[in-house]
Write a protein that binds this ligand. Structure first.
Ligand code: 3HC
Ligand code: NAI
Length: 709
C-alpha cells in the first residue's frame, strides 16, 4: 500500500493498493461534503486519471458513514468551488471504473456521489436516501436525473418526496446498488468487489449514458402524472416537492446535460427560499436542544426499570412509550378496578397495531410481558425512575410524592408529568428534592415527540442528564424548561390563545381564525384543537385561575358560554364546531356564531372584519412576544428551545422554523411595530417584551442568542 495523495486538510486520502486507488473520506462525524472534501475528491480523480498504475478507483467513507450529504452548514453562505455537481460529473466521466462501497449513511449528495460511480456495493449497515426535501431542497447533484434512470420514475420520485432511507436489501431490490455484501468493512468488501470487476474487465458504466428504467417513456410519464397530481394535493404550501416532480419530468424529456442544468436551476431556487432557511434551522435546533449545561457536566444515572403512577390517558401513553423502548414498566393505580383500566388502556394501543397488521400478536405478548400492574407502592421500591401522571391537583401529587419518598430506593429519579403545577412545591414534599424533576409529555404520549424536561431549583445535574438520556432512549425531542405556570409551551399557548379569543370577540369568527392558522401551515386551528382536546380541560383551568386573574385584564367569556351548555367538542358531538354522528371534521355551527354575536353585543363590541393576514399578525405577535419573555426569564435556554417546543409539540409548521425563527425572518422591528400598534387598544395585553425591544435597539435578532457562549 502506498499513500499517493492527501487533500490539504487530509479529509480525502488516496492510497494505491494493487492497482486500485482507494479514496477514503475522513470528515467526522458523518463525512459531509464540505469544500475540502469536494476539492479532495476532484484531486483524487485527477490523480487516478494521471497515474498509469491505477486500474480502478474505490471510494469509501471512514468512520460511521459513507457520506451523509452536502455540508448543510454551508448553505446560505457564499459558494466555494468546486460545486458538487462538478465533482459528480468528474467522477462519472473518469476513464477508469469507479466503485462506491457504502456503509452507514449515503444520503443526499452522498448518494449522488455513489450514483456517479460506475458500480455500487452496499454493506448491511447502509442507509440510502435522498432526504433533501426535508430541508426544503431537492437533490441538486444529479439525483433527480440519475435515480429515475436506475430505479424508475415511481420508486425514485417516492424516495425523493418522502425523504425516507432504504436499507441495503431494499436498495438492491430498487436497483440503486449492484450488490450487497455481508460484513462491516467497506474497504475489504470494496477491494474484493473491484478485483472481481477488473477480472471480468467490467467497463466504465456512466448512469447518465443509459436510459435505463426511463426507456418506456409512456409508462414513465403515466407514473409521473399520478405523482404530480398527488403531490399537488399533499404538498400543503411546501415549495420543493413540486420542483422535484418538474426535475423528474426533465429527466424524461431532456438530454442528460440539459436535465442537469434544469435541476441546478431548481436547486438554487430552493436554496434561496425561506422554507430552506426554516427547515435547516429546525434540523440543527432539534440537535442543539439536547446540548444543555447539566448534560455536559454530569453523568446520567443508569435506568433499567421504570414505574408510572396513574394509568389514565397520560400514564398509559408514557407506559407504551417506555415499553416500546424496551424497558420494563410497573404501573401503579389507586385500586383494582383502576389498574385493570390502566392495563386495558395500554393493551388497546397494541391491539390497534395488531388489528392493522403492524404488530404480530407474539410481539404484543412479548411487550406486555414487560408490563406489571399493581396497587402497592412496595412493588416499585427498586425502580430507577418513577413518572407520576395522576390528577392535576397539587395535594394529590404531593401525597403521591410523599409515598414515593417513603418507598423508592435512594437515588431513584422521581418525575412528575404535571402540565402547570409548581414542581418546586412538589419536590419540597419530599426529603430528596435533588431527585425530583418534571417530565412533561404531550398527548398521545407514545406518539408526540416533544418532552419538556422541567428543571426545578434544587434538582441535581445528574438527574437532569438522566432525563435527557431517557429522552434519547424514548426517541423524544427533549427541551429544557424552567418552572413557571405552563413551562415553555403551555405558557406561550395561553397567551396566543388569548389573542385568538380577542380576535373572535372583535369580529373574526372562530372558523375564519382556524382557516387563517391553517393557511399559515398548521394542521389545525386553535378552536379545532380545543374541540379535539375537550373544551372542559381549558374551562377547568380558567375557573382555577379566575381568583388570581388581573381584574383589569380583558377576559372573553365565549368559550365559557359554550362549555356551560355541555359542548366540550368532539367527545360531546359539538363544541365550536358541530360533529354530526361522530364526524372527525367539524362543521361551522350557527348557534355558536349566535353566542359570539350575543357576547359582542353584551360587551358593546362593534365587530369589524379581519383579513387572514391581520389575524396571523396578531396571533404570531402574541406568540413571539411571550416567547421573548420566556427566553429573558431563563425559562427557555435559547430562542431555539422555544422553536423546537412549538415544532415538536404544537404543530407549528416546520418550514417556518419555529416562532422565533419566523420572527427573525420577518424582521424583529416589524414584529415590535405590530405589538406597539396593537398596544394602542390594549396596552396591558400587548406589553412589548423588554428583550424584543433590546434586540431591535441593538439591531440584533433572536438567532444571535442561539450561538453557544
Ligand atoms: N452536514 C453537516 N452536518 C451534518 C450533516 C450534514 N449533512 N448531517 C449530520 N450532521 C451533523 C449533525 O448536525 C450532528 O452534529 P453535532 O454532533 O454537532 O450536533 C452530527 O452530524 C451527527 O448527526 P446526528 O446527531 O443527526 O447523528 P445520527 O447518527 O442520529 O444521524 C444522519 C446521522 C442520519 C446522517 C443524520 O445526521 C442526517 O439525517 N443528516 C442529514 C442528512 C441529509 O439531509 N443529507 C442531505 C443534505 S442536502 C444535500 O445533500 C444537497 C445535495 O443534493 C446537493
Ligand atoms: P387522567 O384523569 O386520564 O388519569 C389520571 C389517573 O391517575 C387516573 O387513572 C387515576 O385513577 C389515577 N390516580 C389518581 N390518583 C392516584 C393515586 N394517588 N395513585 C395512583 N393513581 C392515581 O389524567 P391524564 O390526562 O392522564 O393526566 C395526568 C397528568 O398528566 C396530569 O397532571 C395532567 O396535567 C398531565 N398531562 C395531561 C395531558 C393531557 O393531554 N391529558 C398532557 C400533558 C400532561
Amino acid at each position: 500500500m502506498r499513500v499517493i495523495l492527501q487533500s490539504p486538510a487530509s479529509v480525502v486520502r488516496s492510497t494505491l493498493q494493487d492497482g486500485v486507488q482507494l479514496v477514503s473520506i475522513h470528515n467526522p462525524p458523518v463525512n459531509a461534503l464540505g469544500a475540502a472534501v469536494r476539492q479532495g475528491l476532484m484531486a483524487a480523480i485527477a490523480q487516478a486519471e494521471a497515474d498509469a498504475h491505477v486500474k480502478a478507483v474505490l471510494i469509501v467513507g471512514d468512520g460511521r458513514a459513507f457520506i451523509a450529504g452536502a455540508d448543510i452548514r454551508e448553505f446560505g453562505k457564499p459558494p466555494v468551488a468546486p460545486a458538487l455537481p462538478e465533482v459528480c460529473q468528474r467522477i462519472e466521466s473518469c476513464s477508469k471504473p469507479v466503485v462506491a462501497a457504502i456503509h452507514g449513511a449515503a444520503l443526499g449528495g452522498g448518494l449522488e456521489v455513489a450514483l456517479s460511480a460506475h458500480y455500487r456495493l452496499a454493506l448491511p449497515s447502509a442507509q440510502l436516501g435522498l432526504p433533501e426535501v426535508l430541508l426544503g431542497l431537492l437533490p441538486g447533484s444529479g439525483g433527480t436525473q440519475r435515480a429515475p434512470r436506475l430505479m424508475g420514475v415511481k420508486a425514485a420520485t417516492e424516495l425523493m418526496l418522502s425523504g425516507k432511507h432504504l436499507n441495503a436489501q431494499a436498495a438492491l431490490a430498487a436497483g440503486l446498488v449492484d450488490v450487497v455484501v455481508e460484513g462491516d468493512d467497506p474497504v475489504a468488501a470494496g477491494l474484493a468487489y473491484v478485483r472481481e470487476l477488473l477480472a471480468r474487465q467490467a467497463p466504465v458504466r456512466p448512469t447518465s449514458a443509459q436510459a435505463g428504467r426511463l426507456a418506456d417513456k409512456a409508462a414513465a410519464q403515466a407514473e409521473l402524472d399520478v405523482l404530480r397530481a398527488d403531490t399537488a394535493k399533499a404538498a400543503r404550501g411546501l415549495f420543493s416537492p413540486l420542483k422535484i416532480i418538474d426535475c423528474v419530468q426533465a429527466a424524461l424529456d431532456l438530454p442528460f446535460d440539459q436535465g442537469m442544468q434544469f435541476e441546478r436551476a431548481q436547486f438554487l431556487a430552493c436554496l434561496e427560499s425561506p422554507q430552506r432557511a426554516g427547515l435547516i434551522h429546525a434540523f440543527f435546533a432539534e440537535r442543539e436542544v439536547a446540548k444543555v449545561p447539566e448534560a455536559k457536566a454530569a453523568v446520567p444515572r443508569p435506568i433499567t426499570s421504570i414505574a408510572v403512577i396513574g394509568g389514565g390517558t397520560m400514564g398509559a401513553g408514557i407506559t407504551v412509550s417506555a415499553l416500546d423502548a424496551g424497558l420494563p414498566v410497573t404501573m401503579i393505580e389507586r385500586d383494582a378496578e383502576s389498574i385493570a383500566r390502566g392495563r386495558a388502556h395500554v393493551e388497546k394501543v397494541y391491539d390497534a397495531l395488531v388489528a392493522k397488521g403492524r404488530m404480530a400478536p407474539e410481539a404484543k405478548a412479548a411487550t406486555m410481558a414487560r408490563y406489571t400492574g399493581s396497587t402497592r407502592y412496595e412493588d416499585i421500591g427498586s425502580a430507577d425512575l418513577v413518572i407520576e401522571a395522576v390528577f392535576e391537583d397539587i395535594e394529590v401529587k404531593k401525597a403521591v410524592f410523599r409515598e414515593l419518598d417513603r418507598g423508592c430506593k435512594p437515588g431513584a429519579v422521581l418525575a412528575t408529568n404535571t402540565s402547570y403545577l409548581d414542581i418546586d412545591a412538589i419536590a419540597a414534599a419530599t426529603a430528596r428534592p435533588q431527585d425530583v424533576i418534571g417530565l412533561h409529555f404531550f398527548s398521545p404520549a407514545n406518539i408526540m415527540k416533544l418532552l419538556e424536561i422541567v428543571v426545578p431549583a434544587r434538582v441535581s445535574a445528574d438527574v437532569v442528564a438522566t432525563a435527557f438520556e431517557l429522552a434519547k432512549r424514548l426517541k423524544k425531542v427533549p427541551v429544557r424548561a424552567g418552572v413557571c405556570d405552563g413551562f415553555i409551551g403551555n405558557r406561550i399557548l395561553a397567551v396566543y390563545k388569548q389573542a385568538a379569543d380577542y380576535l373572535m370577540e372583535d369580529g373574526a369568527s372562530p372558523y375564519e381564525i382556524d382557516a387563517a392558522v391553517r393557511g399559515f401551515g398548521y394542521p389545525m386551528g386553535p378552536f379545532q384543537v380545543t374541540d379535539l382536546a375537550g373544551g372542559d380541560i381549558g374551562w377547568a383551568t380558567r375557573k382555577r385561575r379566575a381568583a388570581t386573574r388581573d381584574p383589569k385584564a380583558r377576559y372573553v367569556e365565549i368559550a365559557d358560554r359554550i362549555c356551560e351548555r355541555g359542548w366540550f367538542g368532539q367527545k360531546t358531538g359539538r363544541g365550536f364546531y358541530l360533529y354530526p354522528e361522530g364526524a372527525r371534521v367539524g362543521q361551522p355551527d350557527p348557534e355558536v356564531q349566535a353566542i359570539v354575536d350575543a357576547e359582542r353585543a353584551r360587551k358593546g363590541v362593534v365587530p369589524r372584519p379581519f383579513s387572514a393576514d391581520e389575524i396571523m399578525r396578531r396571533y404570531m405577535a402574541a406568540m413571539v412576544n411571550e416567547g421573548a419573555k420566556v427566553v429573558a426569564e431563563g425559562i427557555a435556554l435559547r430562542p431555539l428551545d422555544v422553536d423546537v417546543t412549538f415544532l415538536s409539540g404544537y404543530g407549528f409548521p416546520r418550514f417556518r422554523g419555529g416562532p422565533m425563527k419566523w420572527a427573525d425572518m420577518q424582521g424583529l422591528d416589524k414584529v415590535l411595530a405590530d405589538i406597539r400598534e396593537f398596544a394602542q387598544d390594549d396596552p396591558l395585553f400587548w406589553k412589548p417584551a423588554a428583550l424584543l425591544e433590546q434586540l431591535v435597539a441593538e439591531g440584533r435578532n433572536f438567532d444571535s442568542l442561539n450561538q453557544p457562549a
